[in-house]
Design a protein around this ligand. Structure first.
Ligand code: AMP
Ligand code: MG
Length: 315
């Protein structure tokens, strides 16, 4: 299959209408979208990514009224979070309507819904005329793509079209919050922080990960975001003795500076988050063996950043 590259949301939308899957930018990472009501198109997402079929997809809406196409019950807590954080990098898990096909939610009775805060994404979804299910537009297991070039590197020839935009602003995937119970439960940390959520609903909690309990968010059991290189988390950058073909990302200049093949110094935590996945991809292209990532405190955006780094570091 020839993958079309375009900057036109209207042209990209035509592929969705004809049952194809399309990569598009959002403020978090690039997504791979299909019509939420088209079983055959959704199947193409799982095939193109090599994604396990028990990993549910997030539905992306272009305006608030489209929520009603996906769910028939929005609790008071969910309504408060939607009111405060939509559009934005927050996914809310709600009971799904019967009309949403089982393949979209991997058989779950719930669906994750998000409205991106990104003009090109919103124009594209609007032109499609339906909500889109969209996981990150990478091959399963690889770091999520934050540029259209990264999408092309993974999915060229496997999808119909890439809607080209700028590198993504946040660089990490959305926060996922389960709002089907009494209190919101954060299933995946992201750019909307725990602190921000608790400002609106103080009872919001982080999901406890119990290996024996069935995963509430099946995607979390998979290895994610992993470069080919080994990822090592370091608290004190002065302790690193880099072997050949090493790279570093973090805030402070490590000793043995000249022995790193690749290095990215970040000024802010936002910049660290924005560059992490792209840095992983550049390291892979460069044949790096070990990537040292400086640890950050697990508050604010640091919780999501450390979650992604820890997953990448898991053997
Ligand atoms: P991705 O789209 O690749 O960023 O992955 C989506 C993430 O959201 C995965 O971790 C999924 O398990 C999670 N997710 C999507 N839909 C649901 C749902 N209905 N219930 C729980 N988790 C979900
Ligand atoms: Mg993903």
């Amino acid at each position: 299959m020839q993958t079309k590259l375009t900057r036109s949301p209207n042209l990209a939308a035509r592929f969705i209408v004809s049952g194809e899957v399309i990569a598009f930018p959002t403020e978090t990472v690039y997504g791979l979208g299909a019509n939420v009501f088209d079983d055959a198109a959704i199947k193409k997402i799982f095939v193109a990514k090599g994604r396990p079929s028990d990993n549910p997809l997030i539905a992306h809406i272009g305006n608030l009224s489209q929520i009603e196409l996906l769910t028939s019950h929005i609790s008071t807590t969910a309504a408060k979070l939607i009111d405060r954080f939509f559009p934005g990098p927050l996914t809310i898990v709600l009971p799904k309507r019967n009309e949403v096909p089982a393949i979209a939610t991997a058989g779950l009775e719930t669906i994750g819904v998000r409205m991106p805060r990104h003009q090109l994404a919103l124009s594209f979804i609007h032109a499609c005329g339906v909500p889109l299910v969209a996981p990150s537009a990478n091959l399963s297991g690889k770091p999520s793509p934050t540029t259209w070039q990264a999408v092309k590197a993974d999915l060229d020839g496997r999808i119909a079209c890439i809607l080209k935009g700028e590198p993504t602003e946040v660089g990490l995937e959305s926060t996922v919050v389960d709002c089907t119970g009494k209190n919101p439960i954060v299933l995946r940390a992201g750019a909307i922080t725990m602190e921000q959520l608790q400002e609106v609903i103080p009872a919001t909690r982080l999901a406890k990960h119990n290996a024996n309990a069935p995963a509430r968010s099946p995607g979390l059991k998979y290895k994610h975001y992993a470069p080919l290189a080994r990822v090592v988390i370091v608290s004190n950058v002065q302790d690193i003795i880099p072997p050949p073909q090493s790279a570093f990302i973090g805030f402070h200049i490590p000793s043995h500076l000249d022995q790193f093949k690749r290095m990215q110094l970040c000024l802010t935590i936002e910049q660290y988050a924005q560059s992490l996945f792209q840095f992983f991809r550049e390291c892979d292209a460069d044949g790096i063996n070990v990537i040292y990532c400086e640890a950050v405190s697990e508050t604010g955006l640091g919780l999501a950043l450390m979650d992604r780094i820890a997953r990448a570091a898991k053997l």
